[in-house]
Design a protein around this ligand. Structure first.
Ligand code: C2O
Ligand code: CU
Ligand code: CU
Length: 575
């Protein structure tokens, strides 16, 4: 039974590109996750099983249900509380990806929810109307937990979006579409291969459904597409190559719809699109992953093809079009919102963020090191506008994601981004040797102990440490800023000194150059690799959380191509 289905799938993928009638297909209705409305939301994570194939129970994990979780409806301005209970038998965390929340509510790797406990973040919804999502974020286990089925969509609503004549009736003319791929063994069980080629599955799973068909009315409909896969890039288009109208990116509405025949989504990215189905009543359309057009090492393209889906154009789901509904949206608005550009002239700092090798020589670093939860790599001043210059010295493209803020893309290799990347984003795909400059303003959640993450959103890469941490600090209340005049010298100091649990290493760069920051003990052994990248001229801080390092004297050494400075610091004994 199962083998026969597999055969049918490959027939669907290889033979039916054109003119093939889906009426003969063994399709399944596309699952539409239920919604949860606030102000209180209850999510329970548990091991369970899900029916991907008729008659087969596949072991999975889910939020409330058997694969993925309910779609949470958030309203901007509401005070909400989410009770997240972990019954998985192991620890995890749950992160609100794209949410503008404090570090304590963000659900990053620090907010571990032990098995059998409930975590209850509570906050005001500050986001614009947008499609965001949630997923576990435990360091080294994110990929596995998401793979088993732990992820869900969040729809944020606000008054501005509500005033537009857009489809927004969930499951009626406004549809969640979570794109994932999985690998199954001959018994229909999920195969998880954390390392190497297992990054891409051999079967598309859309909202937890294999070979799905979406029943949609013959009118303007909205698809909220999330790339929720571990590593696969999706190049979404319609089977008949008609244009889709993209109306929103990660962080909300674009200024105006952008007509596109292809929308490329790297892991973590979202797009909302409108399709006008008024003249398709009675027809069945296809939504296709045009994987043959993927280039530049994009996973799921021909590069290192490892599954039958790679590099091949194949159907993600069918759309069966029925009659229009009363009150249907019949036209596509020409203006959506106003996006006020953040100005490069307002940026007080440029931070190069380079995907490259970590301190072990593996290609899973950012600025020369992998994630170290005892290092807060970047300290940002409250209300500063900054440019982050994301580079890529590896051979693979990586999606760069920042927690808490949304950003605007200034340019890709000096060229303005395509129109559908001119709105608010929280993930940007960065190709090998490309430099993407993004700009954002850090206006909230100043807290020197509130760590936020930035990372590659290929889940296997983030698990291997392609991630760093930043905090926002309010220097208007903290008179520690270095006011010494610039001398052309590399300067370093730390505060407090002596210290017990953490110290801030403050330094001034006389000019843009390479820089290495290391901590050594009195025997000359390196105990911490803090930074190995590029800095602009200016003042910077990084925080060393001493963990279980022994009390004593240490030396912070800064090395540039022209100078080496070493600074003595004292880790005091226990309390
Ligand atoms: Cu969707 Cu830090 O992640
Ligand atoms: Cu996130
Ligand atoms: Cu990566």
């Amino acid at each position: 039974m199962y083998k026969k289905r597999l055969f049918l799938f490959s027939a669907v993928f290889s033979v039916c590109s054109f003119g093939w009638s889906p009426a003969a297909a063994q399709t399944n209705p596309l699952a539409i996750p239920p919604t949860l409305e606030g102000p209180t939301y209850d999510l329970v994570m548990r091991d369970t099983s899900h029916v991907f194939f008729d008659g087969i129970q596949t072991a999975t994990a889910g939020f409330n249900g058997s694969f993925l979780g309910p779609t949470l409806i958030w309203n901007k301005g509401d005070d909400i509380q989410i009770n997240v209970t972990n019954n998985l038998g192991e620890p995890t965390t749950v992160h609100w990806h794209g949410a503008h929340v404090s570090a304590e509510n963000d659900g990053g790797p620090h907010s571990v929810i032990p098995d059998g406990t409930t975590w209850s973040p509570a906050f005001e919804v500050m986001n614009r109307a947008s499609t965001i999502w949630y997923h576990p974020h435990l360091h080294m286990f994110t990929n596995m937990h998401v793979y088993q089925g732990l992820a869900g969509m969040i729809i944020v609503r606000d008054d501005e979006e509500a005033a537009l004549d857009l489809p927004r009736e969930y499951g009626v003319d406004d549809f969640p579409i979570v794109l994932q791929d999985r690998k199954f063994d001959v018994d229909g069980q999920l195969v998880f291969q954390p390392m190497g080629k297992g990054l891409v599955g051999d079967t598309y799973v859309i909202n937890g459904t294999i070979d799905p068909i979406l029943d949609a009315p013959g009118q303007v409909v909205r698809l909220r597409i999330v790339n929720g896969s571990s590593g696969r890039v999706y190049n979404v288009g319609m089977g008949d190559n008609r244009a889709m109208q993209q109306i929103a990116s990660d962080g909300g509405l674009l200024e105006a719809p952008v007509a596109l025949t292809r929308i490329r989504l790297s892991p973590g990215e979202r797009a909302e699109v409108l399709l006008d189905l008024a003249s398709d009543i009675g027809d069945t359309l296809r939504v296709v992953n045009y994987a043959s057009e993927l280039t530049n090492g994009e996973r799921g393209g021909t590069f290192a093809a490892s599954t039958p889906l790679d590099g091949v154009d194949s159907t993600l789901f069918f759309v069966g079009v029925s009659d229009a509904l009363p009150g249907a949206v019949t036209s596509i608005p020409s203006n959506l919102t106003t996006i006020t550009p953040l100005l490069e002239a307002d940026a007080v700092k440029t931070r190069p963020m380079i995907f490259n090798n970590n301190e072990l020589g593996q290609p899973f670093g950012i600025n020369g090191i992998g994630l170290d939860l005892e290092v807060v790599n970047e300290v940002v001043n409250l209300n500063d506008t900054e440019i982050w210059e994301v580079g890529n010295e590896t051979g693979d493209p990586h999606p760069f994601h920042i927690h808490m803020v949304t950003f605007q893309i200034l340019d890709r290799d000096g060229v303005a981004p395509p129109e559908n990347e001119r709105g608010w984003k929280d993930v940007v795909f960065v190709y090998p040797s490309e430099v993407v400059r993004l700009i954002t303003k850090f206006e909230t959640f100043a807290d020197p102990t509130g760590e936020f993450m930035y990372h590659c959103h290929i889940l296997d890469h983030e698990d291997r440490g392609m991630m760093g941490q930043f905090v926002v600090v309010d220097n208007s209340t903290d008179a520690t800023e270095d006011t010494r005049p610039r001398t052309g010298e590399l300067l370093v100091r730390n505060y407090p000194n002596p210290f017990t649990d953490r110290t801030t290493i403050a330094y001034s760069m006389p000019s843009r150059s390479e820089l290495k920051i290391e901590v050594f003990d009195v025997l000359g052994q390196r105990v911490k690799m803090v930074f190995d990248g590029v800095r602009e001229q200016g003042d910077y801080e990084t925080i060393w959380k001493t963990g279980d390092a022994a009390a004593g004297v240490y030396f912070v050494r800064l090395t540039t191509p022209s100078q080496v400075v070493s600074h003595r610091v004292v880790l005091a004994g226990g309390e």
